[in-house]
Design a protein around this ligand. Structure first.
Ligand SMILES: [Zn+2]
Length: 207
């Protein structure tokens, strides 16, 4: 059982305020890209999406957005949606409440969005509670594990092919760590999803 790739119900229950999958959207999937933007990978991802007229949601690390504002602009002007992925990609498990929330608020200086995805896919109930009033907490239904050097590009693609379903929120990463697999797995995943008649949409803020 792939419990990282497809978070089980007990895991979802730990974060009841998080959105893991969109219901009632028909055969639509929601592509998300975490940890960018970076000049080495993000422009390539934008090209890959533009060639196919696909829109996605980019959960950016605030510190990268601060360093590369032109990439934030490029993502927005291409019609994609921004998400906040904290200023310094802190692990909620190891960070107490006040500094955790402050780090996310700091990222908001560079990222005008109320969508938030916790780094490492985890946040404590107290953190979720503190953030839920101000942010839409976006989790995930399919983790491609493109970041893992124990996987081949084919296996990353296979995670998409095996696990995707209507309403899935799918996680890729525009990061150097993912690049060796992303460069092959992303275009093949997009083409496969299109062949399967999936439509693509961006996540919307509810506030
Ligand atoms: Zn991340």
């Amino acid at each position: 059982m792939r419990i990282i790739e497809r978070p089980p119900l007990w895991w979802r229950a730990l974060c009841p305020k998080g959105l893991f999958r969109v219901s009632g959207c028909g055969r639509t999937v929601y592509l998300t890209f975490d940890d960018g933007p970076i000049p080495e990978v993000t422009p390539w991802v934008l090209d890959c999406l533009a060639e196919r007229d696909i829109k996605a949601t980019f959960f950016m690390v605030g510190d990268n957005a601060r360093r590369y504002p032109y990439l934030v602009e490029a993502v927005c002007s291409a019609g994609h949606t921004l998400g906040n992925h904290a200023m310094h990609h802190l692990q909620g498990l190891h960070t107490s409440l006040m500094p955790y929330v402050a780090d996310i608020e700091e990222a908001r200086l560079y990222l005008d969005t109320s969508l938030f995805r916790p780094p490492h896919g985890f946040l404590r109930p107290s953190q979720a509670k503190a953030l839920a009033g101000r942010y839409d907490i976006v989790m995930y239904d399919v983790v491609t594990r493109d970041y893992s050097n124990r996987l081949t590009a084919e296996e990353v693609l296979d995670n998409v092919r095996t696990l995707v379903r209507p309403g899935s929120i799918i996680v890729f990463h525009d990061s150097l760590k993912s690049w060796p697999r992303l460069r092959e797995a992303l275009p093949r995943s997009l083409d496969w999803l299109s062949q399967q008649n999936y439509a693509f949409a961006t996540l919307k803020s509810t506030r």
